[in-house]
Design a protein around this ligand. Structure first.
Ligand code: GLU
Length: 505
């Protein structure tokens, strides 16, 4: 029987969660849901020097906002906990010791000064940054070069790390679900530290041990981890057997305007790179998020899904349910996926247009209220949203596009009206206000007919009157069709805005 599908997202809580991280979550999530499996989040916090307070909660907040909640995690519980590696500290040492015993790892006692000296002494033109590897290990202070007694003594002192003993001249291969067979020459890989002096594992040991203990069936992660794969494959081989190893896939890099997309690109080119606003607790620097920019979560995951994957058709708009149904790892590309902000905006615009008005109103109402606009009745709000949503790319666009429905203008684009304003037009609007007062069916079509009839009677082209009318109702040269605006404003308000503006123009 094949293994139950169990996949994991394994973030280190070191800062904001960028596009690439959320896409890794998404592909894991879709794969798990498609195969009726489990998606878990494991917090990889073994590098205490990089730990950033608040980052863990922030990651879960982002997943919640995206609608990608895990089945198991620190916050969701599960049978394979703890889900925070620092709390699993005691479980790693035995594996490191097993590796030493079997001759696949060794203890190293080199001080930071000695390591620095090694980097200086072995530096050559061909090899400007020498690594602790098979060519150098026998010249360093470790359990391979010291006598058993000396080693014993050093171990008692407790200041040592455990390093993997990378074999020289072997080829390690594995089958990547996206890239096919991948090969590595082990001679080129250094003897990575597995267990640190403080007893904490490094990422390399912890990821393998935990993927085993948590029964991970598929390990999917970003391409930046591909170069670590030979170390992980060998650890699997030495500790648990290659037959038990998860299937691997490394997702393509997300590219910005200049190579790999970076946080800096966001501020440089003015687009968000994190899922949600993130404030660095040390520097206080704020990096804008897609959420706060006004993206809908559905649009965000839709655009991320398409950054490196497609279903083989021209379809671009997918609901989460459709993505679950159609997603396949084999259709993820291996080449870098270019992030195009204009396209991201297009996705959001399409989602806003298609999103049910009632759902939009839950998002828009608080935005309006935060901006001092009082929404007297939800029914009106829904009608307004229906009318203006095609004009909105981001949620906050609703503020500008609809504020005049809830508050009469306090400034008017006079420059647009004044040059062509004349007494005939003034009389037209005075008469129009009187006619409106007598209208019984307050609908845009009736209003438009009334407007056109009166213009005909006065011998003025209706086209010349529409702009002033718009500015009377809205204040500026924007918004949906003007008679629709008047319909929603209602009789009293429309007349009062006309009268007020006429006295000003
Ligand atoms: N802890 C690694 C990270 O921060 C996870 C890599 C993996 O998924 O194996 O991205």
């Amino acid at each position: 029987m094949s293994k139950r599908v169990r996949v994991r997202f394994a973030p280190s809580p070191t800062g904001g969660l960028h596009l690439g991280g959320v896409r890794t979550v998404l592909y894991n999530y879709l794969f798990a849901k498609k195969h009726g499996g489990d998606f878990l989040v494991r917090i990889e916090d073994t590098d205490q020097s990089r730990y950033v307070p608040g980052a863990e909660e922030y990651i879960f907040d982002c997943l919640k906002w995206c609608g990608l909640d895990p089945d198991e995690s620190v916050q969701h519980g599960g049978n394979y906990g703890p889900y925070r590696q620092s709390e699993r500290k005691s479980s790693y040492r035995q594996y490191a010791e097993q590796l030493v015993k079997d001759g696949h790892a060794y203890y190293a006692f080199d001080t930071p000064e000695e390591l620095e000296k090694m980097r200086q002494d072995f530096r050559t033109e061909q090899n400007p940054s020498p690594q602790y590897d098979h060519t150098i290990r026998m010249k360093m202070r470790n359990s391979l070069t010291l006598t058993a007694d000396e080693t014993e003594k050093m171990l008692r002192d407790g200041k040592f790390v455990t390093r993997i003993k990378m074999p020289a001249g072997e080829t390690v291969s594995f089958m990547d679900m996206i890239r096919g067979e991948v090969h590595f020459d082990t001679s080129l890989v250094d003897d990575k530290v597995l267990l640190k002096a403080d007893g904490m594992p490094t990422y390399h040991l912890a990821v393998v041990v935990d993927d085993h203990l948590m029964q991970i069936s598929h390990a999917f992660r970003g391409e930046e981890w591909l170069s670590s794969a030979p170390v992980h494959i060998l650890l699997w081989k030495y500790l648990f057997g290659l037959g038990n190893m998860p299937q691997w896939a490394h997702f393509p890099l997300i590219l910005g305007p200049n190579g790999k997309l970076s946080k800096r690109d966001g501020s440089k080119y003015g687009f968000p790179v994190f899922a949600m606003n993130w404030t660095d607790p040390k520097s206080g620097e704020l990096t804008e998020g897609f959420k706060e920019k006004g993206f809908l979560p559905g649009a965000f995951i839709n655009l991320l899904a398409l950054l490196g994957w497609n279903d083989g058709t021209e379809q671009e708009i997918f609901s989460k349910e459709e993505l679950i149904e159609k997603f396949s790892i084999e259709r993820v590309h291996s080449g870098g996926a270019k992030f195009d902000y204009e396209k991201a905006k297009w996705f959001n615009h399409e989602w806003i247009k298609r999103w049910p008005v009632r759902d939009l109103s839950y998002q828009v109402k608080p935005l309006l209220e935060e901006n001092g606009l009082w929404v007297p009745d939800d029914n009106l709000l829904n009608k307004v949203i229906e009318l203006v949503k095609d004009r909105c790319t981001f949620l906050p666009d609703f503020i500008q596009q609809s504020s005049f429905f809830f508050k009469s203008p306090d400034s008017w684009d006079l420059d647009a009206v004044k040059p062509n304003w004349n007494p005939d037009k003034r009389i037209f609007f005075e008469n129009f206000a009187t006619r409106l007062a007598a209208i019984s069916t307050w609908e845009s079509v009736t209003l438009e007919n009334e407007f056109k009839n009166l213009a005909g009677e006065k011998n003025i082209k209706p086209g010349e009157l529409q702009l002033p009318f718009r500015i009377m109702l809205v204040g500026g040269k924007f918004g949906p069709p003007v008679f629709h605006i008047a319909e929603l404003l209602g009789k009293e308000e429309t007349i009062s805005r006309i009268e007020k503006a006429v006295s000003l123009f």
